[in-house]
Design a protein around this ligand. Structure first.
Ligand SMILES: C[S@@+](CC[C@H](N)C(=O)[O-])C[C@H]1O[C@@H](n2cnc3c(N)ncnc32)[C@H](O)[C@@H]1O
Length: 197
């Protein structure tokens, strides 16, 4: 199984939740749909309308991609896991789901009105290059959203996964280096940074 050295603490992670592979990865993907069920709360912040172009980074089993497609948005996604791609394509058949990472999406400059990533930022190997990539593919006037477990009423599982205040500050600062405004929102199960380009 591949490992990730997280930008947060330099530790290596090789769990089926960070690198879902094979049948264990697919089971983890289904579990993510349950543990990450709070992600529907982010839809009003994404505020994607019919025809708008939305990129999801780290789509996992495709729960959010499916919800985004239901808004009428044109949804694309990148995730490094071929197993997640198969699962997500079943759940969101209208989405254009590709293999890729936060640091290398493979999409052209300014291709999206919205870019969103839920519960993946802490497992990116690098923060600044990924945030620059999010900025690159967001159109001027568009927004990029990075969400992580937290918020005002996280589940027991999510409480154990919350990021330190220093980690959250690093995410905010990295976004602030390239986007012109960054807002922080606390939903019930997610802490969300909304970055305006
Ligand atoms: C914990 S799951 C979250 C999935 C989904 N966003 C959700 O909330 O259910 C993490 C996902 O991030 C993907 N991932 C791992 N490294 C990544 C990277 N560098 N860039 C983008 N996605 C990554 C994994 O393959 C996995 O599907």
């Amino acid at each position: 199984m591949p490992t990730t050295t997280s930008w947060i603490d330099g530790r290596s992670y090789d769990s089926p939740f960070t690198h879902p592979v094979g049948w264990v990865g697919r089971m983890a993907g289904r579990f993510m749909l349950w543990t990450n069920r709070h992600q529907k709360e982010i839809l009003p912040l994404v505020a994607a309308g019919p025809g708008q172009r939305v990129l999801e980074i780290g789509y996992g089993a495709g729960g959010l991609a499916r919800l985004l497609c239901a808004t009428g948005a044109r949804v694309c996604g990148v995730d490094p896991s071929p197993d997640m791609r198969l699962l997500a394509a079943r759940r969101a058949p209208a989405a254009d789901l590709r293999l890729g990472t936060a640091s290398d999406t493979g999409f052209p400059d300014r291709a999206f009105d919205r870019v969103v990533s839920v519960n993946t930022v802490a497992i990116w190997p690098e923060l600044a290059p990924a945030v620059r990539e999010l900025h690159r593919v967001t159109r001027p006037g568009g927004r990029a959203l990075i969400a992580w477990h937290g918020g005002s009423a996280p589940s027991r599982v999510a409480r154990g996964l919350r990021m330190s205040a220093a980690g959250l500050e690093r995410v905010r600062a990295a976004l602030g280096d390239v986007f012109h405004r960054v807002d922080r929102e606390e939903l019930s199960g997610l802490t969300v940074f909304v970055a305006h380009r």
